[in-house]
Structure formats: structure tokens, C-alpha cells
Design a protein around this ligand. Structure first.
Ligand SMILES: *Cc1c(COP(=O)(O)O)cnc(C)c1O
Length: 429
């Protein structure tokens, strides 16, 4: 990075904690000064030094339509002209809710919130209230936002900082949080054997995206579905990342497993701050004002956010299956190039791609849980990341994050990236 970025980061650090508003933006895992964004257009990001990047960070997932998509921008501008917030119901919210329930197979009733964190913490409260139980099961390396109960073996951001659990989280908040390795159904069975009657819910990312991108093995998700049903616990699919990204109806459509509750975020907001949780009517009705489980939000269902989300989801619906096939084809090409370029030079490499998500690992052989992803070679990733960055390709600044493809990434961007991957591998070799 040049002088302009260095100065911007120094100035940022004066009054912002660490110069950032979310820790992973500080580039701690790869070193150096973070890229300061100036603007984006389609698949491209421009930093404050005027340098252009093919963007695979995509705001950490939301931008499935790339930057500043004209339809989304027009929709937001139109909404803004009528006022930015009312604190009263709007018709936009009804339209958004109807579309979400239409697209996400298991969702009958939905509540809009402002972030993924809010969605998961609210879904957890609901699951506990509905079942009258306190324990939850989460998976090592899965991230469900920063609510206290979930900050146990929580993957990327936390792991990158080397914080196993965050200080400030009372023991009481996490002592009812049980963990198991991702893709390890037997470990979950053991937890149910000892505590089955006390477990309110199992929460899972249907494709893990916060330990790098890791696919579920066959029978893992269906096993969780059966097990939770057998014990009267709820299955919560955290689709904050996978929702509208691995398929139109998210991971649950892709793998045909219907959870009791679903949490959403990222893509659902079209680039504005939106989260949502929803599920079976009978469960969701327990939330106030229909029920007694309290959850509220001054800006929830915000008209600008609804306008952006609606535009994004409507276009995804219009694009249909073909759109997701195109995203996945692109991601697979990237992974194949990465693996071929690494293998040719004897560098250990592995990768996953599904829908608009992909993961690149400097690790020999299959990577299916956090123990494996976190033992991937970090020095290689740093070299790889910095080389791609200097060649105008922006990946996530940690190997333990997913990469994202947008609908507006095309053959020119793919070719440029493939060339950059070859160049980066030559440096590592
Ligand atoms: C990003 C993410 C969250 C948290 O969402 P925020 O909007 O950052 O609060 C929760 N769960 C998963 C699976 C995520 O990827």
C-alpha cells in the first residue's frame, strides 16, 4: 500500500478502535495496511489510491449483484425520497416478507432485523422459549454473530485474533453452549445421549463459511435433522451467508433439509443492513406481539433496506437456477486453477466451491472441519493474498474466510484472476 493508505489508516486509528468498525477489516491475518475502499462498480472495487481490484470479498458476502447495481441503487433512491424511516408498518415490509417466505422453503413467518447477529441471537431466544430448554449445540469454526452464547469456538474473526473466547462474556452465557466438530454426526449423537432432554437447538451453517468455505458431508445435515426431531430439539439453519447464495432458497433448498428456524442476513439486504429470522408458523408465533418472547428494533424493516433487499431478491428470483449454476461454474473454475497451479509446483492445495461461495486452502488433502482448515499453511496464504492484491485481485484477508462470486463477474474477470493465481503460485514456489 502507498502513502495515501498509510495516512488514512493512521488517521482512522486516532478515533476508531484499531482504525476499523469490524475487527477482520484490519487485515490482521495477512499483515500490512488495510485497503481503504473508495467506490465499487460491478465486479470491481477501487481503493483511495485509485487502484482497481476484481472483488471476491464483496463486503463479506452481501453483494451478489456486485457493486452499485443500477436497479438496486434506483430502488433505494426512490425509497429514500419518501423518507428514510417511519417506525410504522410499510407495504415494502409486507412485500419483502412474502418474497422471503416464497423463496425459502421452510419459512412461513418471518421477522426482519438489522444484522445477522440480531437474527441468530433472537432465534436462539425463541428456540429456548419454545422448547423450555437452555442448552444449544454449535459447531467448531461456525460463526453465528457476536452474541455471548455463540462466542465459543467461533471461527474466522475470533480465531484470527487468537481469542478462543472473548473476555467480557460471562461463564453463565456459554456454559449451556455445547460444541462438536463440523461434519461429525457421532459427536452430536454423544451430546444428545448425555443431555438430549436439555438441548433446545442445534445451530449449523449448512455450508460452513466462517472457517473458510467447507461443504457438509453427505448425511451430516439430514442426520442433524433426524437427531433433533428424535429429541424434540429445534434445528436452526444459520443461512446468514448461504441464504440466497448457494441456491435461491439457500442451503436448505440445495440439500433439501428443512430446519425449524432459519436465520438470514448478508444477501437479503442487497448491500444494506438487514437480517431476518423465520420458520414454522407455530414457532414464530411465540414472538411478541403474537406471543411473549420479546424482540424489537427501532430501525427493523427500514424502508431503504427493504427496497435494496427486495430489488436484489426479485432479480435473483428472475434469474432462477441458471444464475446459480453460472456462479458455481465460475467458482469451480477458480478452485480448479488454484489446485492445478499449486499441484504443478508441489504446493499443498485444496478447495471447495458451491453456488456463489468458494474456499481456497493451502492444505494437503480434504478439508472438512475446523481442525483441518485452521492447520492450513498461513504463510503461503499471506504470500498468495498479497501477490493477488498487488495484481489487482481482492480475496478475503484470511484463509479462514469464504470467497464470494457475484453475478456480474464474467469471463474477463475470471481470466485475469486465473493469471494472477498462476503468478502468485510462482512466487510461493
Ligand atoms: C456474517 C454471519 C453472521 C453475522 O452477521 P452480521 O450481520 O455480521 O451480524 C452470522 N452467521 C453467519 C453464518 C454469518 O456468516
Amino acid at each position: 500500500m502507498g502513502r495515501v493508505s498509510n495516512e488514512a489508516f493512521a488517521a482512522a486509528k486516532k478515533h476508531l478502535v484499531g482504525g476499523v468498525n469490524s475487527p477482520v477489516r484490519a487485515f490482521g491475518a495477512v499483515g500490512g495496511v488495510p485497503v481503504f475502499a473508495q467506490r465499487g462498480a460491478g465486479p470491481y472495487l477501487y481503493d483511495i489510491e485509485g487502484k482497481q481490484y476484481v472483488d471476491y470479498l464483496l463486503s463479506w458476502g452481501p453483494l451478489i449483484w456486485g457493486h452499485a447495481h443500477p436497479t438496486i441503487i434506483a430502488s433505494v433512491m426512490e425509497a429514500a425520497q419518501n423518507g428514510t424511516s417511519f417506525g410504522l408498518p410499510t407495504v415494502l415490509e409486507t412485500q419483502m416478507a412474502a418474497l422471503v417466505c416464497e423463496l425459502v422453503p421452510s419459512v412461513e413467518l418471518v421477522r426482519m432485523v438489522n444484522s445477522g447477529t440480531e437474527a441468530t441471537m433472537s432465534a436462539l431466544r425463541l428456540a429456548r422459549a419454545y422448547t423450555g430448554r437452555d442448552y444449544i449445540v454449535k459447531f467448531e469454526g461456525c460463526y453465528h454473530g457476536h452474541a455471548d452464547s455463540f462466542l465459543v469456538k467461533a471461527g474466522s474473526g475470533v480465531a484470527t485474533l487468537g481469542l478462543p473466547d472473548s473476555p467480557g462474556v460471562p461463564r453463565g452465557a456459554t456454559e449451556t453452549t455445547l460444541t462438536a466438530p463440523y461434519n461429525d454426526l457421532n459427536a452430536v449423537k454423544e451430546l444428545f445421549l448425555t443431555r438430549g432432554e436439555q438441548i433446545a437447538a442445534v445451530i449449523v451453517e449448512p455450508v460452513a463459511g466462517n472457517m473458510g468455505c467447507v461443504l457438509p458431508k453427505d448425511e451430516f445435515l439430514s442426520g442433524l435433522r433426524t437427531l433433533t426431531q428424535d429429541y424434540g430439539a429445534l434445528l436452526i439453519m444459520d443461512e446468514v451467508m448461504t441464504g440466497f447464495r448457494v441456491a435461491l432458497g439457500g442451503g436448505q433448498e440445495r440439500f433439501n433439509i428443512h430446519p425449524d428456524l432459519t436465520t438470514m442476513g448478508k444477501v437479503i439486504g442487497g448491500g444494506l443492513p438487514v437480517g431476518a429470522y423465520g420458520g414454522r408458523r407455530q414457532i414464530m408465533q411465540r414472538i411478541a406481539p403474537e406471543g411473549t418472547v420479546y424482540q424489537a428494533g427501532t430501525l427493523s424493516g427500514n424502508p431503504l433496506a427493504m427496497a435494496a433487499g427486495l430489488a436484489a431478491l426479485q432479480m435473483l428470483k428472475d434469474g432462477g437456477k441458471a444464475l446459480y449454476e453460472r456462479l458455481e461454474f465460475y467458482g469451480k473454475q477458480l478452485v480448479e486453477t488454484f489446485i492445478a497451479a499449486g499441484t504443478k509446483r508441489g504446493i499443498p492445495v485444496f478447495g471447495h466451491a458451491i453456488g456463489g461461495m468458494f474456499g481456497l486452502f493451502f492444505h494437503e488433502g480434504p478439508v472438512f472441519n475446523y481442525t483441518q482448515t485452521s492447520s492450513a499453511n498461513r504463510k503461503f496464504y499471506t504470500l498468495f493474498f498479497q501477490s493477488l492484491l498487488s495484481q489487482g485481485v481482492m480475496l478475503a484477508p484470511s484463509q479462514l474466510e469464504s470467497g464470494f462470486v457475484s453475478v456480474v463477474h464474467g469471463p474477463a474477470e475470471l481470466a485475469k484472476t486465473q493469471e494472477a493465481i498462476e503468478g502468485a503460485m510462482a512466487i510461493i514456489d
